[in-house]
Design a protein around this ligand. Sequence first.
Ligand SMILES: Cc1cc2nc3c(=O)[nH]c(=O)nc-3n(C[C@H](O)[C@H](O)[C@H](O)COP(=O)(O)OP(=O)(O)OC[C@H]3O[C@@H](n4cnc5c(N)ncnc54)[C@H](O)[C@@H]3O)c2cc1C
Length: 439
Amino acid sequence: MYKKKVNSLDKSYFTEILFSSPDKYKNFEKVTSETETIATMGSCNSYTPASFKKNSLSIELKKFNRIIQFDKKNKLITVESGIQLSELCNFTLSHNLWIPQIPGYPTITIGGLVASNAHGKSCGFHGTINKQIKKIKIFHKTHGWLDLSENENKEIFELTIGGFGLTGSIIQVQLKLEDFLGNNFITEIEETNSTKDTLDKINQNNDSEIYYYSWNRSDNLKNFGKGFIFKNKINTNKKNISKKISSKINNINGNLFLNFWNNYTISFSQSLYYFFFKYLKSNSYEENFQNVIFPFIGKEFYFKSFGKKGFIETQIIVPVKKLDLFVDEIQFLYKRYEPSITLYSLKNFKGKKKFLRFEDDGICFTFDFVNNSNSIRFIDELDKICENHSLTPSIIKDSRLKLDTIKKCYEEYEIFKEDIYEYDKKRIYKSAITDKLLI
Ligand SMILES: Cc1cc2nc3c(=O)[nH]c(=O)nc-3n(C[C@H](O)[C@H](O)[C@H](O)COP(=O)(O)OP(=O)(O)OC[C@H]3O[C@@H](n4cnc5c(N)ncnc54)[C@H](O)[C@@H]3O)c2cc1C
């Protein structure tokens, strides 16, 4: 156990923690017994301080990364929770299988995936990782080793999925795999004139396996919402994956001394991107698995480019019947506050709201902001819209989200809180984010 300086990816939280990265189960149990409060850490890739807090112990599980059991016939795999997505994908894809709910960075661990109930590009079709989880084995400082599933300790099983590590350390996970009968993806692009046009063109009743998401301009009022819809479909012409996920991944954390983004650089970069896809890129092309599923590989500079003050990401699921209202509101607020938005994107989402899981039926809006006063004023107003209309803002993405907003947006907040206090009376498992959540 030693001291270590860490920070959240969005740069909202810098601190010193106690850190341990055990390599054997007996060392893991020993280190757990030596401290009052614990956070379990995956790859610490979260935008928010979700797996650490000041002066508290974080136990990193990256050395527990083995494949324990693989049942190809029944499409089931049991892995240790520290396995990274790149390692898991490279193994399963070589058997024409995968989990479709893959968040956009390959170093993310299965423990982090389960604890944040993550989703991937295909969330309009496949929903969140919740759908693939069959069994979980956890270790809790006072409850010891527990097997969780629909049939065993069901309540704790449910609390653990999207539970931010509050039920203890996830050690092993059994996942149901799906077929991936192709070698890459076919990507089709369609131009769109506004946010409403994007919504009309994103297929909201998506019953074929096509992943829809958009890139929209946000550099000025005239362009706001213009952009492209990307549609990815598995290319079934050849059956074997053509390119593995690279094991050489750049460090995603760190920062430039100065913030690179201002109105000119946002406008310049969005114009370049727009003209590239409008005039130079074909409307239909083949793309390898890595580019589609892990779009941030090779673009790590983006996260560092906001300088020491960092960035804010807001992700909100808006049910279909509230879309018109939401779109009118954001256009009005954009005109009024002129926030600095570097990324604006939409995708469809399928799921059922439960506890604090980021999940619902609707459209998921994503905004990345430069951390400045105009952006904050805009986001504060977005919070009010979320509160008034019970929309679903992501907790794992936005460090600044207030408890009041979370309470108003997540109907099962009180149930979740009571169940956690009942289960872990001493509140041993905590992080900076869960301290805010469970006051
Ligand atoms: C570039 C990028 C793209 C992303 N894209 C998406 C996306 O498309 N969709 C999406 O849903 N998310 C996305 N994310 C967010 C990411 O999926 C989550 O933040 C994820 O939890 C990070 O996993 P991690 O292994 O780094 O875990 P950490 O950041 O270390 O921890 C995250 C949470 O999981 C808990 N945890 C981790 N391991 C364990 C364990 N073994 N036992 C118990 N609790 C544990 C921690 O305590 C913490 O609460 C993205 C993140 C990045 C950096």
